[in-house]
Design a protein around this ligand. Structure first.
Ligand code: NZQ
Ligand code: ZN
Length: 391
């Protein structure tokens, strides 16, 4: 292990039932023109839209709106936002919603003043930012992505059938994010579970790389154990404030770059899922749930010591009279059982994938991985196992 890294995360987090009280004071740092970005209407149904607009009025802000941001946000929608930013000389982009809304807000921020076509420049070619950007802030209503405290922005280009992630540097991170676990009470159970598996996948994809004695791995195991415990509580009672709070904060910690320090990281499960989403528009976390076990079955032999450790530390698998490989396999069985018991998706068939799509999805994926550099044929195999749920 190198232990060579830079950790810098400038997002200020306001957490708790009264966190929205801090909005007024934060707004005083920015100019008058606010672009309010939100999704399909959930923030109106829970009364949050009215509360935010009241505060903006009280602060004498001019409000411009970009509504209807869809899950798996589209490039065309992002460019609508970029036009609004230029037209109204926007001073702050305030994203109110889940990961899709926040991801899109970051995309708008970097794209509004770009002279080159932004998707090619920032997502496909991953070029450094060379134009003016507009500050982003967020009020989070659905947990999972960590977008409230990172530079991630995943945008779908439907014409190209590509869903591509970009991790922008610290200046694009939200300046502040408001996290009130009560906002998540209204998230439908399916979405809640999807977000929870997203968190788990973020943790596992950083964990399954490197075999050294690394404090990041100790942190990840602890976060996963807590996530599993609180998931059971939240499924039993979605209004359990303590459980929803723990899940919300674990979600932020899972992808605010902290536990990735000095880790190589894998991210192939995410790469494959993004293409499943590009073809089906499925919920991100459910796509991850449907392929994770077959993916790890494909790579575990190349990282056996770590998969054994995962089985013992996360799922409490006993080791007596078992080989390392048998312990590792039991860990993956326990992971599958957690997915099944939690009511998450085990097969991509349940996400709208047709057997005839498997080849095209697999060959549209970028290749990566940590313990094992996987091939397009490996991905065909993973998707086929998931499709027939025979793993
Ligand atoms: O559009 P509305 O009406 O708001 O409904 C949303 C949406 O339909 C609903 N929802 C959100 N908060 C709610 C609520 N419904 C009721 N009550 C509430 N309080 O939930 C649905 C899904 O929202 P979405 O924002 O799409 O979910 P999520 O937070 O899972 O975001 C997924 C997107 O983030 C990307 C994913 O690929 C996907 O495009 N990711 C972003 C990452 C990052 N920035 O670092 C990393 C992740 O790995 C991920 O790839
Ligand atoms: Zn994710």
């Amino acid at each position: 292990m190198k232990f060579d890294f830079t950790f810098y995360n400038p997002t200020k987090i306001y957490f708790g039932r009264d966190a929205l009280q801090n909005l007024e004071q934060e707004l005083s740092r920015y100019g008058d023109n606010i672009l309010l970005v939100y999704g399909g209407g959930s923030i109106k149904r829970i009364g949050l839209y009215d509360q935010v607009v009241d505060i903006l009025h009280k602060c004498h802000k001019n409000i411009f709106e970009l509504s209807g941001v869809m899950p798996n946000p589209l490039y065309t929608k992002m460019m609508e936002g970029a036009d609004l930013v230029r037209k109204h000389s926007i001073d702050l982009i305030l994203a109110v919603g889940g990961g899709s809304v926040i991801d899109l807000a970051k995309g708008v921020s970097v794209s509004a003043y770009s002279k080159e076509e932004p998707f090619e420049k920032y997502w496909l070619s991953q070029k450094p930012i060379d134009n003016r950007i507009v500050p982003v802030a967020s009020i989070l209503t659905m947990v999972g992505t960590g977008s409230e405290m990172n530079g991630g922005s995943v945008i779908t280009h439907s014409d190209k059938k590509l869903k591509v992630g970009r991790v922008f540097p610290a200046e694009v991170y939200p300046k502040f994010s408001i996290l009130n676990p009560e906002y998540t009470f209204s998230v439908p159970l399916y979405q809640m579970k999807s977000g929870i598996f997203d968190i788990l996948s973020h943790l596992m994809e950083q964990y399954f790389s490197g075999d050294d004695d690394n404090v990041s791995d100790d942190l990840i195991e602890s976060l996963i154990r807590s996530l599993i415990k609180n998931t059971k509580k939240a499924i039993a009672n979605p209004l359990d404030y303590e459980a929803r709070s723990n899940i919300m904060w674990i979600s932020t910690l899972a992808l605010n770059t902290l536990v990735g320090c000095s880790k190589e990281q894998d991210w192939e499960v995410h790469g494959i899922e993004h293409q499943i989403s590009a073809f089906t528009d499925c919920a991100h976390g459910m796509g991850l749930a449907a392929i994770s076990v077959p993916y790890y079955q494909c790579i575990y032999k190349d990282g056996l010591a770590k998969f054994k450790r995962f089985a013992i530390e996360v799922f409490g698998v006993g080791t007596q009279n078992l080989t390392d490989e048998e312990v590792a396999i039991k860990g993956l069985e326990a992971l599958k059982q957690f997915i099944a018991e939690s009511g998450m998706v085990l097969s991509i068939k349940d996400l709208g994938v047709k057997e005839s799509m498997i080849h095209d999805i697999a060959y549209s994926c970028r290749l990566g991985g940590a313990y094992k550099k996987i091939t397009h044929e490996d991905i065909v195999d993973i998707l086929t196992k998931s499709y027939f749920n025979n793993y």
